[in-house]
Design a protein around this ligand. Structure first.
Ligand SMILES: Cc1cc2nc3c(=O)[nH]c(=O)nc-3n(C[C@H](O)[C@H](O)[C@H](O)COP(=O)(O)OP(=O)(O)OC[C@H]3O[C@@H](n4cnc5c(N)ncnc54)[C@H](O)[C@@H]3O)c2cc1C
Length: 446
């Protein structure tokens, strides 16, 4: 295995290695590079070349997002913000030698681009995110799509457009499953995708595929094992979201546990079969499997690395974990409560670690991080946004809906863009996107 010092030469500077350039890791690398890049060797490792903020994936899947306006190429970002980017998937860790092990990377034709390598660190931050959890349900890997990466979202979109074109071109009647989409899991991902799909499938068909009747032929359903949609959020929010989905014509099946995903449909535990041409698995959350046994670090039953309030892993002061892959204690809540896997948590943790790493350089002890819950917002595409905001001072729940909620929802992404690009680039980018939107078709057909 090649040994690649992260700075490419013998290093005397403090080496910070961040694995995973998502909502948490990329903000951390950017801000550390800006602040400390002249004094500290900052390296970001990611298995992808380009970053897209994950809460935008359902918009890519539905075809309502202009990818080029929202992608961030890691190499360019690293160049602008004084950190290094190295491609590859982390596979292991040697804590004694303080080395991260990274697999070889390959191009689309399968040719090796980079060999297996190791990267030395003084401070390691693991920020590799999470994935959906199929709990071993039969048929998921063979027949369901996931929404975890840009590639997944693009694949789904291509399948959806092809399904519409195929249905338009065929002379015979539609099969029972044809043009039906089943989304398994009515968390924020499933609910947002359902609302977005309802609109975009109609827009696709409106581009001259006139033999498809959207109201008769197209069907989107959401299947949830729990008693209500958005089970992790307050009941009032669930009711508002479900009412809106039903009003749109989305079929909502709650209390419906999926027993198996079939070639063209979903079999429920009560024996019913719901026909569907496209099935999306958007239920459950777990951290990547390789964290389960990462050189003796403590992990929980969903593979998250268990961290202390300082975000240091419980068994190694030099290894931190942030974002969805970390089980961080939620201070001020009953013992054992962990911070939920949300973009706002990853964002706050990244900001905290910038200060922690500055303190480490001054040989000062890290301070505990406290999660500030600003509430949850769920975007139902152009139809509405609903959510609850936590009163920062009173701790009370404030119900929000409509334009104000939409604005709050968008501001979470703006915070991410601000952390990556600064004020001016974010402002100019936003303005040009608003202008472009008024002249371009709103749905992408590729
Ligand atoms: C469709 C969807 C909608 C969502 N909507 C919302 C929302 O509205 N509000 C909200 O708060 N949260 C939302 N979330 C959750 C939110 O996206 C996550 O909480 C957040 O992205 C977590 O940030 P992270 O940095 O931990 O991980 P991620 O942002 O997932 O980034 C992980 C990074 O690690 C990289 N990586 C993974 N494995 C490896 C490896 N082995 N080696 C190297 N690199 C690796 C990945 O390529 C990725 O770049 C949504 C999630 C999805 C999927």
């Amino acid at each position: 295995m090649n040994s690649a010092s992260s700075c490419g030469m013998p290093c005397t500077r403090h080496r910070v290695v961040i694995v995973g350039g998502g909502a948490g890791g990329l903000e951390l690398a950017t801000r550390l590079g800006d602040k400390l890049g002249r004094r500290v060797d900052v390296t970001l490792i990611d298995r992808e070349r380009v970053h897209v903020w994950k809460p935008k994936l359902h918009e890519i899947a539905a075809g309502s997002m202009d990818m080029s306006a929202h992608e961030v190429a890691y190499l360019a970002q690293a160049h602008r913000h004084r950190f290094r980017y190295r491609i590859g998937a982390m596979t292991g860790l040697d804590r004694m030698r303080r080395e991260v092990q990274v697999a070889a990377s390959h191009d689309e034709a399968g040719r090796e681009v980079t060999p297996r390598r190791v990267f030395g660190y003084d401070t390691l931050v693991i920020a590799v995110g999470s994935q959906s959890n199929d709990f071993g349900t039969p048929g998921v890997s063979a027949h369901a799509m996931r929404l975890e990466s840009q590639a997944d979202a693009r694949r789904f979109h291509a399948c959806m457009v092809n399904a519409c074109i195929r249905a338009h071109a065929q002379t015979g009647p539609l099969r029972p499953a044809q043009l039906k989409v089943a989304i398994i899991g009515a968390g924020a991902t499933g609910v947002e995708l359902a609302a977005e799909l309802h609109r975009t499938t109609r827009e696709v068909v409106a581009h001259g595929l006139d033999r498809v009747d959207p109201d008769k032929d197209l069907e989107v359903s959401v299947i949830e094992a729990g008693a209500r949609v958005l089970p992790a959020l307050p009941p009032r929010l669930s009711r508002a979201a479900e009412d809106l989905l039903v009003k749109l014509g989305v079929r909502v099946h709650t209390g419906a546990r999926v027993a198996e995903v079939l070639h063209e449909g979903v079999r429920l535990a009560d024996g019913r079969v719901l026909p569907a041409e496209l099935v999306v698995w958007a239920a459950g959350v777990k951290a990547p499997d390789f964290l389960k046994e990462l050189d003796g670090l403590e992990s929980n039953r969903i593979n998250q690395l268990v961290v202390r309030p300082t975000l240091q892993t419980t068994r190694d002061d030099d290894v931190f974990a942030i974002g969805d892959c970390a089980a961080a204690p939620w201070l001020g809540k009953p013992e054992g409560t962990v911070v939920p896997p949300r973009a706002q948590a990853a964002h706050q943790q990244a900001s905290h670690l910038v200060k922690t790493i500055e303190r480490r350089l001054r040989a000062q002890a890290p301070q505990p991080w406290r999660y500030r819950d600003f509430g949850s917002l769920v975007s139902l595409g152009e139809y509405s946004t609903v959510g609850n905001l936590m009163g920062a001072l009173s701790g009370r729940n404030l119900w929000v809906e409509g334009l104000f909620a939409r604005w709050m929802y968008l501001s979470l992404y703006k915070l991410h863009e601000l952390a990556l690009h600064g004020f001016w680039k974010t402002a100019v980018g936003t303005a040009s996107r608003v202008l472009a939107r008024s002249t371009e078709p709103r749905v992408k057909l590729h």
